[in-house]
Design a protein around this ligand. Structure first.
Ligand code: KG4
Ligand code: ZN
Length: 322
């Protein structure tokens, strides 16, 4: 069995999967409530909370899978990119368990993890495919040729990530954190044609979301405060539509250019209901595997070079890939 650990942002997560990709447990403890009052993740607060949660979450994942460390053959842990202090908690825990048990360890890239969410049972997707990865930290169009390969980047965002645009937009609308799911929920009651928000046109296959956020800011500022409450759903629906349009247009364009016939969407924003409807031809993981979780990290561990005992003791986390 493979044990996965994820702590790159504000989810403390542990999962147990079988080598052929069946999920036996997938425990995610979100710290969202803890950070909500600040309107975003506070890195130092996140690190300390990970430290408190990592052991109970790990124990829960083993208990739920009705197994113990005796049955674990490989540990996969997110080594980056993410918040460095948060990552270090997961990496230290993984190293300690692997060392104590003389197990091999796989240092998993978080983004590869999101892609590997597609390789889990019961409906695994086989490369090649064109993959839109949209999360709170990244927006990427990837040409995925093989499960273990490093995917070729076809396009990325020039400023904010798609999830970040959702989160910042939610803040402007006075909605909670994290904002994507909130906008998704409230947009259902609004008219997506109420406001015309511009979708930035940048060359190539890249994205830009910062102009959109500014347009929303102006729209909100122009409203008398008592009107915001009444127009919130329309604003959310129109804003969501603009983000989804940008993502869908670019993904279709990339498919045209590369001749890809199969698509997939991964990452937290892949949980968005409008995006899922607007790209019906794209494979998408179940909602629980779109947002950060450890089953996807355990999945990626199967296709990542493993470091034999005790070579990983000097392993370091990394904040960014660049
Ligand atoms: O992949 P993820 O859990 O963490 C990162 O790796 O960043 O993605 C989190 C992002 C957040 O920005 C959140 O607002 C967004 O995914 N998100 C959504 C939805 N659920 C989560 N965005 C739009 N619609 C949703 N339903
Ligand atoms: Zn993520």
């Amino acid at each position: 069995m493979i044990l996965g650990l994820e702590s790159s942002c504000d989810e403390t997560a542990a999962a147990v999967i079988t080598p052929d990709g069946r999920i036996l447990s997938n425990v995610v403890s979100s710290q969202a409530d803890l950070h909500a009052r600040y309107g975003g993740v506070v890195p130092e607060v996140a690190s300390r909370r990970h430290l408190e949660l990592v052991t109970p979450v790990l124990q829960e994942s083993l208990a739920e899978a009705e197994t113990s460390l005796d049955d674990v053959e490989l540990i996969g842990v997110t080594a980056g990119p993410g918040l460095i202090g948060a990552l270090l908690v997961g990496v230290a825990a993984a190293k300690a368990i692997a060392w104590a048990r003389r197990l091999p360890l796989a240092a998993v890239d978080h983004l590869q993890g999101h892609v590997a969410s597609l390789y889990l049972e019961p409906d695994p997707v086989e490369p090649p495919f064109l993959c839109l990865l949209a999360s709170g930290g990244h927006t990427l169009l990837l040409d995925v040729q093989g499960r273990g390969d490093k995917a070729r980047v076809l396009g990325t965002t020039l400023d904010d990530a798609a999830g970040e645009a959702f989160d910042k937009g939610a803040r402007l609308l006075g909605l909670g954190y994290p904002g994507g799911a909130e906008i998704d929920r409230i947009a259902r009651e609004g008219d997506p044609r109420a406001y015309e928000f511009p979708v930035a046109r940048v060359p190539g296959l890249d994205f830009s979301f910062s102009g959109l956020k500014t347009a929303l800011l102006h729209a909100v500022k122009e409203l008398p405060p008592e009107e915001l409450e009444r127009r919130r759903a329309d604003l959310a629906a129109s804003y969501q539509r603009a983000i989804v349009r940008a993502l869908v247009e670019r993904t279709r364009q990339a498919a045209e250019q590369t001749g890809a016939t199969r698509f997939a969407v991964v990452g937290g924003v892949a949980a968005n209901s409008e995006l899922r409807v607007s790209l019906p031809e794209a494979a998408a993981a179940p909602l629980a595997l779109c947002t950060d979780n450890a089953a996807m990290i355990a999945s990626a561990a199967r296709f990542t070079r493993t470091i034999p005992y005790p070579g990983y003791l000097g392993l370091d986390a990394y904040a960014s890939t660049a």
